[in-house]
Design a protein around this ligand. Structure first.
Ligand code: NAI
Length: 443
């Protein structure tokens, strides 16, 4: 099939490259000329493990192309996927559909013959109806079907998620739309991935419901972590103890600094707005969103507390800036809520991230970017782990200790056993686990 992907970002580029890998002929369109130029030169505009290889091989076999020419690629496509951003709208937190609506108008002008228009972007319930109305308004003669096909991939594991999804959700009641989508995903459902057909509004809601549920799970265990700290329990054992129950499951039960990233914060907010407009009261999701925001804003207090109440003249080393490992995505990263308050309280901040430095630099003025974890720790009064990159999991603590001013580790991701850091002579603070001070006897 001939597919066009509008938006060559984290979702569009991965989806386009994977569809090409399945044998479809895919054109990725983006209106960011730098992005298309860089892709044309074989340079990935984002970091996603394995993406460069899959792009290179499909470009070489002429199944994957990049262009800014939306009209030509839409005219020749069997299906056109909209994978543009849907960020939070300033002021009210609703999903900003400016890019989606603009794409719909451009698509309308270029349609030629029956075409399926697929929303892969995360869009509020009813957006498919709006796209349909826009296209009809622009081109009363157009022959098309608008289908919802939300994407569930995770950055950092995007290719594997796309190729081996837990499920594929397709929202359409149009028989021709259904047939095309069956053909598009044939390689996947032949591979046993369940293909769930629903109506369009339901498919749109499935995506938000899934993200809100996962955000709730994270927020729940974070709340348990706070309780563990008060009553002297260990949240990791609580998570394991409940997660082994297969009605609960072990995933998304890692206590930490609060969820960030390009999806959960904006999608929970947008879902709350959708519900408000529809006259439904989403009290759980509203609480999750509020609790998470206040959690992120309180993380700096933990660092202040670990340093005895004042940051004046202190140097803090931060390991990990991206919102999670294996991506360079800085959108709503917890580091962005943590670092400015540390600076405002008088600390100098040094930071290191294996992939996020380029995007982090303009977002974190005044932060000294280090060349590795050890350089970062040099001269620091506290080392703070914010993102759990693999390369931070086996630090040489004798070396770290020798370069720091004092051995203090604040670990927001619980990646070390407290006893290990204690044995290295560190004061160790983590989330929802016993506090261990340097030199203190272990009970
Ligand atoms: P992104 O910001 O990385 O990519 C969007 C791309 O669309 C940009 O390169 C932009 O230049 C391009 N674009 C905007 N308007 C355009 C137009 N009119 N014509 C051509 N290109 C245009 O965004 P990302 O992260 O890929 O997200 C896209 C959608 O997918 C969002 O709705 C998001 O919520 C959803 N999503 C994102 C996931 C993620 O992990 N990033 C996972 C699942 C869904």
């Amino acid at each position: 099939m001939r597919l066009t992907m509008i938006g060559a970002g984290y979702v569009g580029l991965v989806s386009g490259a994977c569809f090409a890998d399945f044998g479809h002929v895919v054109t990725c369109v983006d209106n960011n000329e730098d992005r298309i130029r860089s892709l044309g030169a074989g340079k990935m505009p984002i970091y996603e493990p394995g993406l460069d290889r899959i792009v290179a091989s499909n470009v070489a076999e002429d199944r994957l192309r990049f262009t800014t020419d939306l009209a030509a690629s839409v005219a020749s496509a069997d299906a056109v996927f909209i994978a543009v951003g849907t960020p939070s709208r300033r002021g009210d937190g609703h999903a900003d559909l400016t890019y989606v609506h603009a794409a719909a108008r451009l698509i309308a002008a270029a349609l030629d013959g029956f075409t399926v228009i697929v929303t892969k972007s995360t869009v509020p319930v009813g957006t498919g109806d709006q796209i349909e109305a826009i296209i009809r308004e622009e081109r009363s003669d157009a022959d098309f079907a608008v289908v919802s096909n939300p994407e569930f991939l995770r950055e950092g594991a995007a290719i594997d998620d796309f190729k081996r999804p837990n499920r594929i959700v397709v929202g359409t009641t149009d028989p021709r739309g259904r047939e095309v989508m069956q053909e598009v995903y044939r390689p996947l459902y032949l591979n046993q991935a369940p293909l769930l057909f629903t109506d369009r509004r339901t498919a749109e809601l499935v995506k938000y419901a899934a993200n809100a549920f996962l955000a709730t799970k994270i927020t729940f265990i974070n709340e348990m972590a706070d309780l563990c700290e008060k009553v002297g329990a260990d949240v990791q054992d609580v998570a394991r103890g409940i997660g082994l129950d297969n009605r609960i499951g072990p995933k998304f039960l890692h206590a930490g600094p609060g969820f960030g990233g390009s999806c959960f914060p904006k999608d929970t907010l947008a879902l709350i707005r959708t519900a408000e407009e529809a006259g439904a009261d989403l009290r759980i999701v509203s609480a999750v969103s509020d609790i998470n925001e206040s959690r992120k804003s309180r993380m700096a207090d933990r660092v202040v507390d670990a340093l005895g109440g004042s940051l004046e003249g202190r140097t803090i080393a931060v390991l990990g800036l991206t919102f999670k490992p294996n991506t360079d995505d800085m959108r709503e990263a917890p580091s962005l809520s943590l670092i400015p308050p540390l600076q405002a309280a008088g600390a100098s901040v040094r930071a290191y991230d294996p992939q996020g430095m380029e995007f982090a630099r303009p977002l974190l003025p005044g932060v000294t970017l280090a060349k590795d974890a050890y350089d970062c720790a040099t001269g620091a009064d506290a080392l703070v782990i914010v993102t759990e990159w693999e390369s931070f999991r086996a630090l040489d603590f004798a070396r770290i200790k020798s370069v720091m001013k004092q051995p203090l580790l604040v670990d927001f991701r619980n990646i070390y056993p407290p006893s290990e850091l204690h044995a290295h002579g560190f004061t160790y603070r983590s989330v929802g686990r016993p506090r261990l001070d340097r030199g203190e006897a272990v009970s």
